[in-house]
Write a protein that binds this ligand. Structure first.
Ligand code: NAP
Length: 253
């Protein structure tokens, strides 16, 4: 008998997470969708009527709420096969000396501690699922390549990369796979959040080029999570063709 495929998605209210919910629903997956904006979760559940959907208003920074949400998963959603650790954000695009400390803390609390909270809570279930279970962590090219204004954001995504590799070592023999999916520039609400609501700045970033779309990334997510059980993609770095690196900066007299 075919096992029911269940995905637990954090940050399903926007961007990659919402596109992933739609992509996995197309293939009949059951979905646990979480995020802070309940009205968006309700809308998505109303849209995805062909598959079982369980929505949870959840701030990944709230350790107790995360544990409770996992403990209280209805039986039909309990045997999670995919954890899509997608919730995250960048703040403060300006240089480090101009950044408020609380913005650094918010990124650490969300991108590092939040991701760790959800992973820790779901690990036993993923191990129980065994072969074919997947932890798909959304990193960033910022976790590998430095650029001005990346400071704590890039460092938090470097954590995601190394945590993914390290988890693989500890999950050896369980059948659980771990991937760090590291996108480049993609048009979502990411820049709106980063600039604290500056629609013009967001439009300017994406105008006149061809960024990745949320659907491009959702397709990669689906591919990674549905490969045969014996294949683990360790890390995927994906940029739009029109994005590449810049030269080293040299300070001159
Ligand atoms: N777009 C890019 O260029 C890009 C590139 C590389 C990596 N990424 C990464 O991709 C992931 C998704 O970002 P996106 O581009 O899709 O941006 P987005 O459209 O702003 O979506 C971010 C999602 O994260 C959720 N989220 C943020 N803080 C949260 C919290 N404390 N608790 C629970 N959920 C939270 C948001 O939901 P609520 O606000 O409803 O809670 C939202 O659903 C992030 O980890 C981001 O760092 C993005």
């Amino acid at each position: 008998m075919m096992k029911n495929n269940i995905a637990f998605i954090t940050g399903a209210t926007s961007g990659f997470g919402r596109a992933a919910a739609r992509r996995f629903a197309q293939d009949g997956w059951s979905l646990v969708l979480s995020g802070r904006r309940m009205e968006r979760l309700i809308e998505l559940k109303e849209e995805l009527t062909d598959v079982p959907v369980h929505i949870i208003q959840l701030d990944v920074r709230d350790e107790e709420a995360v544990q409770q949400a996992v403990a209280e998963l209805p039986a039909e959603f309990a045997q999670v096969k995919l954890l899509l650790n997608n919730a995250g954000l960048a703040l403060a695009p300006q240089g480090a000396p101009q950044v408020e400390l609380k913005d650094w803390h918010t990124m650490i609390d969300t991108n590092i501690k939040g991701l760790v909270n959800v992973t820790h809570a779901l690990l036993p279930r993923l191990i129980e699922t065994g072969a074919g279970a997947t932890i798909l962590n959304v990193g960033s090219i910022a976790g590998q390549w430095p650029y001005p204004g990346s400071h704590v954001y890039g460092a938090s995504k470097a954590f995601v990369k190394q945590f993914s590799y390290n988890l693989r070592c500890d999950l050896q023999g369980t059948g659980v796979r771990v991937t760090d999916l590291a996108p480049g520039i993609a048009e979502t609400e990411f820049t709106l959040v980063r600039t604290k609501g500056d629609q013009q700045a967001s439009d300017n970033l994406y105008n006149g080029t061809t960024p990745l779309s949320a659907e491009d990334i959702a397709e990669q997510m689906f591919y990674i999570a549905t490969l045969p059980d014996h294949i683990n993609i360790n890390r995927v770095e994906v940029m739009p063709t029109r994005q590449a690196w810049s030269a080293f900066a040299i300070d001159r007299d």
